[in-house]
Design a protein around this ligand. Structure first.
Ligand code: NAP
Length: 481
């Protein structure tokens, strides 16, 4: 396969929070990879900004250390890192004060794309937007990138949208959800809308149910205090799983362009039925070789969930009668994210009952090993009569397209380049985020009103038994984690 990297326009990208965890782990190593791939034109500059007083040389040394820590040796080389660092400079800036802003203004050019990445605590988003405006730093077409969490309920999301809207148009605001930057998620759209094969079957007449799983092996780790204020519903379902659900369930947009896609996603959220309590299972992992959830968050009275499974209905013509099962949790058996479409069995089997008729399953793996797999039923080869087996029609990218595709840009790399290109398709619009919170809030209010407690579950497995029962009641089973 021939690599077709198209350089983006020259840009100034300011990373607020340049010394923080996200910048070190994802943003800067990602930018370095785009640089190595030739996607960054010679005039592109990256400006780090945070409160820490240091010069550009000190920050560059931190960036080198971050690249060496977070990228495998096969994906970096010393001369490349040195050349990349020549694009970097640093300005000490306080988001909540006046220090450093005049210096920052001096660094920004007027004749290139301007982008400002808010990789700081959400409580600082408003202050940054305000000061970018006050010090006349951001042009009318400058872009801002906003990290999650975007609010903690509808009221705070609305407030944040209103604050940003004071200084920036919606076309300038890029709310990032890195799940949308994954290659397979975009491939989901290519598979659905680029083939005649799937779309006619993509409805309740042919789809029995859909499962969306985001399973993690790790616990809450050092993020306990933060995580305990959110729980899995706010931290994962309202944003990441909801986005995956929308892309799976949406109507075909008229064009693959930002507002056409986002309009269709919004309609899915608005069509979600309220979820009765018996369709939700929440859990907290118990202690095993490692501490329990309650020990991790240092709050024995915590009612936040580290696991959630739920059954949803989308009340529209396409999906009437097809449940969507969502599940996410920590300290599970493995790290695995996938969207799985379970098609219905054939309406009538011409084979003997013991031949083993099976239904088709299309699975879209996000991690690990991104790829798409369709299981089809065939005759088991050889003698012994008509016995049926299901075999994968595997569309693993690396196998099909050569080893280069195993090297596709990671989600952050792709999304940052989309910001520079001015393409908002894979970013959440303000009304989408508000609609998602509008659906989430009453569910959480219900738990709080009833005083519901998550059930404990064994670590290293598939979550609470009650989640399996949720499926058994419908004569279905979760996929293996
Ligand atoms: P972090 O490690 O705490 O870093 C915060 C950054 O903000 C530091 O560079 C800090 O540097 C800077 N900062 C703090 N106060 C400031 C101020 N008043 N003015 C200017 N800069 C200030 O946080 P993080 O983990 O990188 O997270 C950043 C954002 O990304 C958050 O919104 C988080 O929710 C989101 N996020 C993070 C991850 C992740 O994996 N880390 C994943 C998804 C989303 P100084 O102390 O030098 O000012």
């Amino acid at each position: 396969m021939v690599s077709r990297v198209i350089p983006v326009d020259p840009f100034d990208l300011v990373i607020f929070g340049a010394t923080g965890d996200l910048a070190r782990r994802k943003i800067l190593p990602g930018l370095y990879r785009r640089f190595c791939d030739g996607q960054m034109p010679p005039e592109a500059r990256i400006i780090g900004a945070a409160r820490t007083e240091q010069d550009s040389a000190a920050w560059r040394a931190q960036v080198v250390e971050a690249i060496e820590t977070f990228l495998p040796a096969s994906k970096r080389d010393p001369s490349g890192v040195k050349a990349f660092c020549e694009r970097l400079s640093y300005v000490a800036v306080d988001a909540t004060g006046d220090a450093g802003w005049a210096d920052l203004k001096g660094e920004i050019r007027d004749d290139v794309v301007q982008a400002f990445y808010f990789s700081v605590a959400p409580s600082l988003f408003g202050a940054l937007a305000e000061r970018l405006h006050h010090f006349n730093i951001a042009r009318q077409d400058a872009r801002i990138v906003v990290e999650k969490p975007f609010g903690r309920d509808l009221a705070t999301a609305r407030e944040l949208n209103a604050t940003l809207a004071t200084h920036f148009n919606e076309t300038q605001i890029y709310r990032i959800d890195h799940y949308l930057g994954k290659e397979t998620v975009q491939n989901l759209m290519a598979v659905r809308f680029g083939n005649t094969l799937f779309e006619p079957l993509w409805n309740s007449q042919y789809v029995d149910h859909v499962q969306i799983t985001v399973a993690e092996e790790v616990g809450v780790g050092g993020r306990g205090a933060y995580y305990d204020k959110s729980g899995a519903m706010r931290d994962m379902v309202q944003n990441h799983l909801m986005q995956l659900l929308c892309l799976t369930a949406m109507e075909p947009p008229a064009r693959f362009e930002p507002n056409a896609v986002r309009d269709e996603k919004l309609k899915v959220i608005r069509a979600l039925d309220p979820v009765p309590p018996e369709h939700i299972v929440r859990g907290q992992y118990k202690a095993g070789a490692q501490p329990s959830y309650l020990q991790d968050v240092e709050n024995t009275a915590s009612r936040s969930e580290s696991f959630i499974a739920m059954k949803l209905h989308i009340a529209n013509w396409r999906w009437n009668g097809t449940p969507f099962y969502l599940r996410t949790g920590k300290r599970l058996k493995a790290r695995k994210s996938e969207i799985v479409i379970h098609f219905k069995e054939t309406p009538h089997s011409i084979f003997d009952a013991d031949a083993g008729n099976r239904a088709n399953v299309l699975s879209i793996r996000l991690q690990p090993d991104e790829g798409i797999d369709l299981r089809v039923t065939i005759k088991e080869p050889g003698p012994g009569g008509m016995r049926l087996i299901d075999v994968p029609l595997d569309m693993s990218f690396a196998d099909a397209l050569g080893p280069e595709v195993a090297d596709v840009p990671d989600a952050y790399e792709r999304l940052i380049m989309d910001v520079i290109r001015g393409n908002q398709t894979l970013f959440m619009r303000g009304d989408e985020v508000e609609a998602a919170w509008g659906w989430t809030d009453p569910i959480i209010a219900g738990w709080e009103g009833r005083g519901d407690r998550p059930v404990p579950y064994e670590p290293g497995n598939t979550g609470p038994e009650e989640a399996a029962i949720l499926m058994h009641r419908d004569n279905r089973r979760w996929r293996e984690i």
